[in-house]
Design a binder for this molecule. Structure first.
Ligand code: BGC
Length: 693
């Protein structure tokens, strides 16, 4: 049974203790004439040159391979004490330090993306970095920025959703937050790792323009924000494996994006030695003596250039100096690294990432009365993390029932309702009990959910077991029914018409129940917006042939090209169940006064209701038709809190890239009239104008 205690005092003491114990290494002797690279006053490039010049070939080879797999850290690169090079300690994960006690279980990145709040993304990265540092980790294996191409993706919860612009904004801030804690950020999984099925073999066939416009941008944003490492993926991309692909690693990542850090393999994704290194792989993880040995033999035989080994080592050392690894002290895995601030942040993200999808007759916010909380996902089987390398061990979980019951002054009831964990002869009994509980209450809140995980995709887009039946049973018993969805990505909602309210929390972390209580009772406005499109039917999603997903004969073709997510729904005039960017507030907003001056677009947003609330104005750009682009693409957003009657003018400054497409000659601005649309979601765009380039 989850534990509701918060022990903030104990956490504060732990934080002070941890800070006192994190002393910098004794070797950081900047004025040591024998180790001039240890002088932090020297420029990074100079320090790298000095150190490289002092290294033997074996010491160089040491830097490009891992040394043993463990639970924490998941990967190590041996230190070189002679030269004062610290050990690299690499660890996951996406929403908290994985598989170890004494950490905060934050909401998953998909919930963070649903906040559309870049300041929260920065704080999220800083908190992950601080907890990682406290656990002794100096290379963090996050963020994962693979675009959510298919809702079935087992790692959907680790992603920032379906749109490259939103994912880029989140990725850049998270990276900056992690680095700010003297921890190297690793952006992953490069590239074409958008499904789990067959991930060790499948060839992702993606044309260059699609790669550049849809899949590369979040990596580019992470690189621009200073990510020190890029993890190459298990799968193949247009033929070669991602970890030995010269087109994506060298031409795309290093040459075009200007990435100066190192490419590390995903765990056991190195398939060759010299071939991979010549294609752009810099480091084999987690323990691969063959890679280094093959390079060493190649140098001796003259088949592998020693200069490339120097380049590889330079790429590892550069972020180590730039991010302060030589000067910083790191903790140990047994530390309790939680803080009251991190607990509060976990709750803030969960609140801000809660999306109100439907609110017929203003059923929400709740105004008191008796509430029946129904569904095993509300209490017995709460979905707040996942299996796989990203699993987090939560110190406690405030369950939806606990949070709502506390807010309702202890008057809420709970019934499991669905069959998860039930014996066959109890199934109907549970449904009957749930219907009875709903009948006796003023409002029924049905919590449904599921998790997905690394290594496998969801087999379908339905809710598991008899959850759909539960929703229908409860809705028939009490028309005042609200469904709360706790899931990593989209599910089908054939029941959506039968209930008055639908809320998505995605993967809400340890504070899920408190966050839901705040939003459902209106203590906080539901500020979340969808980072993905919810389709009415499975066949409406863009990659719905077997050739596209999960692929045939180990080959998956990205034939939808640029039409990922809402781009496809717009291009084919399909009506989604809930569009990308959608999310209701408890107040109302109007949009007016669009003005366009040069590449700056301004619009005014006014809170026209009687409550304070959160608006997320979004700007979509449409290219001239001959560009062959999807009808509209997100190019700007803001998150505003407005008091009743209050207005704010948002300014979107569009960079030249906003007007460019990828051509065989590189990025080219498309001349002509671009359509500018501003509003509350990709399908609610009251303002429009024209911007001529
Ligand atoms: C995952 C990576 C992870 C690595 C180390 C792999 O299975 O794909 O995301 O960082 O393991 O745990």
């Amino acid at each position: 049974m989850p534990d509701l205690r918060h022990v903030p005092r104990a956490l504060a003491v732990a934080a002070v203790l941890a800070a006192a114990l994190l002393r910098p290494p004794a070797t950081a002797a900047g004025d040591d004439p024998g180790h001039p690279w240890l002088d932090p006053a020297r420029p990074v490039a100079e320090r790298v040159d000095l150190l490289l010049g002092a290294m033997t070939q074996d010491e160089k080879l040491n830097m490009i391979r891992g040394h043993g797999l463990a639970l924490i850290p998941r990967g190590r690169v041996a230190p070189v004490p002679r030269l004062g090079i610290p050990e690299l300690r690499m660890h996951d994960g996406p929403h908290g330090v994985s598989d170890v006690r004494g950490v905060t279980a934050f909401p998953a990145p998909v919930t963070l993306a649903a906040t559309w709040d870049t300041a929260l993304a920065r704080r999220f990265g800083a908190a992950l970095g601080a907890e990682a540092r406290g656990k002794g980790v100096n290379v963090y294996l996050a963020p994962a920025v693979d675009i959510l191409r298919v809702p079935q993706s087992g790692r959907a919860w680790e992603s920032f959703g379906e749109d490259p612009y939103l994912a880029s904004a989140m990725a850049g801030e998270e990276v900056a937050g992690i680095r700010g804690q003297n921890v190297i950020a690793t952006v992953k999984h490069y590239i074409g790792n958008n499904q789990e099925t067959d991930r060790m073999r499948v060839d992702a066939v993606i044309d260059e323009r699609t790669l550049r416009e849809i899949y590369y941008p979040p990596f580019e944003a992470a690189v621009d924000a200073g990510a020190g490492a890029v993890m190459c993926a298990y799968n193949k991309v247009n033929g070669p494996f991602a970890c030995e692909n010269p087109q994506t690693l060298t031409a795309g990542l290093k040459d075009s994006m200007g990435f100066g850090g190192w490419v590390m393999s995903d765990w056991l994704a190195t398939r060759s030695g010299q071939k991979a290194a010549l294609a752009g792989l810099d480091q084999a993880m987690p323990d691969d003596p063959l890679f280094a040995a093959n390079l060493k033999a190649g140098i001796a035989l003259g088949t592998f250039p020693a200069a490339r080994l120097d380049d590889m080592v330079r790429r590892v050392l550069t972020p180590m100096f730039a991010d302060g690894l030589f000067e910083t002290g790191y903790g140990t895995p047994d530390r309790d690294v939680r803080t009251p601030e991190h607990t509060a942040l976990a709750r803030d993200i969960a609140v801000s990432g809660t999306v109100l999808l439907k609110n017929r007759d203003g059923i929400l916010p709740l105004t008191g009365g008796r509430i029946a909380v129904i569904g095993t996902a509300a209490h017995d089987n709460v979905e707040i993390t996942s299996a796989g390398s990203g699993r987090v061990l939560p110190p406690y979980v405030v369950t939806p029932y606990q949070g709502l019951n506390a807010r309702a002054g202890g008057t809420a009831t709970y019934s499991p309702g669905d069959a998860a964990g039930a014996l066959p002869w109890d199934v109907d009994k549970r449904l009957r009990e749930a219907a009875d509980a709903a009948r006796r209450a003023d409002v029924a809140v049905v919590v449904v959910g599921l998790s997905s995980q690394e290594g496998e995709d969801r087999p379908d887009l339905g809710l598991p077991g008899n959850m759909e039946k539960l929703i229908e049973t409860v809705a028939a018993a009490n028309p005042r029914t609200v469904v709360v969805l706790t899931a990593p990505a989209q599910v089908l909602m054939p029941w959506a018409d039968r209930v008055k309210g639908v809320v998505s929390a995605f993967v809400g972390g340890q504070e899920l129940g408190n966050a839901l209580a705040s939003v459902l009772y209106g203590d906080a406005d539901p500020g979340g917006r969808l980072p993905m499109t919810f389709a009415a039917r499975a066949a409406d999603y863009p990659a719905s042939t077997p050739e596209q997903f999960p692929g045939v004969d180990h080959r998956q073709v990205y034939s939808e090209r640029l039409r990922v997510g809402y781009r496809h729904f717009d291009a084919t005039a399909l009506t989604p169940l809930f569009p990308f960017g959608h999310g209701l507030s408890y107040t109302s907003f109007s949009y007016d006064s669009l003005s366009i001056s040069g590449a700056t677009v301004r619009a005014r947003v006014t809170n026209t209701g009687s409550r304070a609330g959160v608006a997320v104005p979004q700007l979509y750009l449409g290219f001239p038709p001959e560009a062959g682009e999807p009808p509209r693409q997100l190019r700007g957003f803001a998150r505003l809190r407005l008091a009743p009657g209050e207005s704010a003018t948002v300014a979107f400054r569009l960079p030249e890239r906003a007007f460019q497409v990828w051509t065989p000659q590189g990025w080219r601005t498309v001349r002509g009239d671009h359509t500018v649309q501003v509003g509350a979601s990709s399908r609610d765009l009251p303002l429009s104008g024209t911007l001529t380039r």
